[in-house]
Write a protein that binds this ligand. Structure first.
Ligand SMILES: Cc1ncc(COP(=O)(O)O)c(C=O)c1O
Length: 462
């Protein structure tokens, strides 16, 4: 099938109309057209004016590739949308319907590589947390060159990753006793599905389910190293008693002590995050030594958060690390120095839908469901807003724009930069918290530069 469409778009990179004239020769018929992605044959001609240079720029692009090797069902769905509404092609990000989740593959691969190198240099095993993206393709990149273990935050993730072939998983939220049968069922299909506990009642429930199913469950003791969210108190005698029980129980394979220094998000920079990392190691080591005095052997120590793992200089006494956010990063991590804005691999593409330049205000179609209502790094930047507006083409920060409020499907942008915004203008927003923002989407458009090269489907639910 041959389609010919004409669209009119306005880009954040332009303060004037831009015409996109697309003469798309791509085939979107069922058999061949599974490939709207890598497989589509197309010819597009676009004309845009750049706001930064305030000058016209013409871009002519020809791209041909073989049909028939595209992305199965997602491509079909996109092709259906394209057919119904006349989008010229979904190969370029400025042609995507918004709001839309973009994953920049070059940045993501660089982030994965950097953390992998850090783990090697610091002499620890990397068991990345996959809760940020909940996506098999991303986890495969994250575990490249490592032992392949991952950390999950829901049993739905555990199931999805088990089915995708991952065999060593830690479910890193204290397990609800009611869901232990599920843990046993999933655990029987893999080398190891470990859970964590911080309460005697859960330990009893594990022992009971272990006896019922004649299994031994791998269990970590969750230690509170300063976040005060979950985890046993390292100073309390009851914590030693609980560890003793775990180490002695015939239904439990005691894996060791696990911490998460989420308080590192209160750091104002790398130096402070490094101090939190040192603290996390010190508290874990002290607890392990205290258990040793009582004759309790702790097989391993597992720690990790993104701010601490991007800044730590010494992880003596630690066996594995579990950072997760670092793969995407976000505006928050950039603000506290875990990364640069240019490293952020996840963004939300949005379109201006209302504009009131006289009031220095505009509205985009990315609201709380697309960006989350995470207030952001207000401790370092009280005016940070609900995400960082950046240019669509190269993600450079757009001055004079602040995302001041969000409702379900509206994002209110204010500031002098709104003078350049009109309905149809596109911009990218770097969310404050990429894990939460990503969770609002049923698919990620994976891009290299401005080209969509793949579509990834994250796991949803609990
Ligand atoms: C137990 C646990 N481990 C590891 C992580 C990963 O931390 P981050 O998201 O900072 O990379 C988290 C995040 O919430 C967590 O709860």
């Amino acid at each position: 099938m041959r389609t010919r469409t004409r669209t009119r778009t306005r880009d954040i990179a332009s303060d004037a109309d831009s015409d996109a004239d697309a003469d798309a020769g791509h085939r979107i018929g069922r058999g061949l057209g599974r490939g709207r992605g890598r497989g589509a044959s197309q010819r597009t001609r676009t004309r845009t004016r750049d706001i930064a240079s305030d000058a016209d720029s013409d871009a002519d692009s020809d791209a041909d590739s073989d049909a028939g090797q595209g992305i199965a069902s997602d491509a079909d769905a996109d092709a259906d949308i394209g057919r119904a509404f006349g989008y010229p092609d979904l190969m370029k990000i400025d042609e995507l319907p918004t709001p839309c989740a973009l994953v920049d593959l070059d940045r993501l691969e660089a982030n994965a590589e950097r953390m992998a190198e850090r783990a090697h240099e610091l002499g620890v095993r990397l068991r990345p947390h996959v809760k940020t993206h909940k996506c098999v393709e991303a986890a495969r990149i994250q575990t490249r060159g490592h032992f392949g273990g991952i950390t999950v935050s829901t049993l739905a993730e555990a199931r999805g990753f088990v089915e995708a072939g991952f065999t060593d998983l830690t479910y890193a939220v204290p397990v609800a006793p009611q869901r232990l049968a599920e843990v046993v069922e999933l655990g029987a299909r893999v080398e190891r599905l470990a859970v964590l506990v911080d309460h005697l009642d859960t330990v009893r429930a594990i022992e009971e389910v272990g006896r019922t199913h004649s299994v031994v469950l791998p269990v970590w003791l969750k230690l509170d190293c300063g976040l005060h969210r979950s985890g046993v108190d390292p100073e309390a005698e009851a914590s030693v008693v609980l560890a003793q029980r775990l180490a002695a129980s015939p239904q439990i394979d005691f894996r060791g002590v696990l911490t998460h220094a989420g308080q590192s998000y209160r750091a104002t920079g790398r130096e402070e995050a490094a101090v939190v990392a040192r603290d996390e190691c010190r508290v874990s080591r002290a607890f392990v030594n205290r258990l040793a005095e009582d004759g309790i052997a702790v097989p391993e120590v597992s720690i990790g958060s993104t701010p601490t793992m991007t800044s730590a200089d010494d992880l003596a006494g630690v066996d594995e690390i579990r950072p997760g956010n670092y793969l995407f990063f976000d505006a928050f991590q950039a603000a506290i120095g875990s990364c640069g804005l240019e490293d952020v691999a996840f963004s939300v593409l949005a379109t201006v839908v209302s504009a009131f330049p006289e009031r220095q205000r505009a509205v985009v179609d990315a609201g709380a469901l697309a960006l989350s209502k995470d207030p952001g790094p207000t401790h370092v930047d009280p005016a940070c807003g609900f995400g960082r507006p950046v240019a669509t083409e190269d993600q450079h920060p757009l001055p004079g724009l602040r995302l001041t409020s969000l409702s379900q499907e509206h994002g209110v942008v204010e500031g002098p930069g709104t003078a350049a915004l009109r309905p149809g203008t596109r911009l990218r927003i770097l969310p404050n918290h990429s894990c939460l923002a990503a969770a609002g989407f049923d698919r990620y458009r994976v891009v290299r530069g401005l080209e969509v090269v793949d579509v990834w489907r994250p796991i949803r639910g609990w």
